[in-house]
Design a protein. Structure first.
Length: 101
């Protein structure tokens, strides 16, 4: 029985590894150490878990999640976990638009 459970966990891990990441973009509505809420262009709010594996980037530089501010434009690559949680794998903060002169 234990061996069968181990095989099921391995199969589940392999299946999860093959599912492509979903991409989201929008403005940061709220952020904490463990969660980021994204507001899409349509006005929908979507929550993503932030964990120790989440990579946070500003351009090519890795930053800490605490450096993201509410209102920042971001793209998030995420995977779904346990059919309900979206886990952020990569959060990329977009450069602010350059002011026109």
């Amino acid at each position: 029985m234990v061996r069968a459970a181990g095989h099921l966990l391995l199969l589940a891990a392999l299946a999860a590894a093959q599912i492509p990441l979903a991409n989201f973009s929008g403005a940061v509505h709220a952020i904490s150490k463990k969660q980021i809420t994204l507001e899409t262009e349509e006005g929908n709010l979507t929550d993503f878990e932030i964990n120790r594996k989440t990579k946070v980037m500003r351009g090519k530089k890795e930053i800490k999640p605490e450096e993201i501010m509410s209102g920042d434009q971001v793209t998030i690559q995420a995977r779904q976990e346990m059919l309900r949680f979206l886990v952020a794998v990569v959060i990329t903060v977009q450069a602010p638009p350059k002011a026109s002169r």
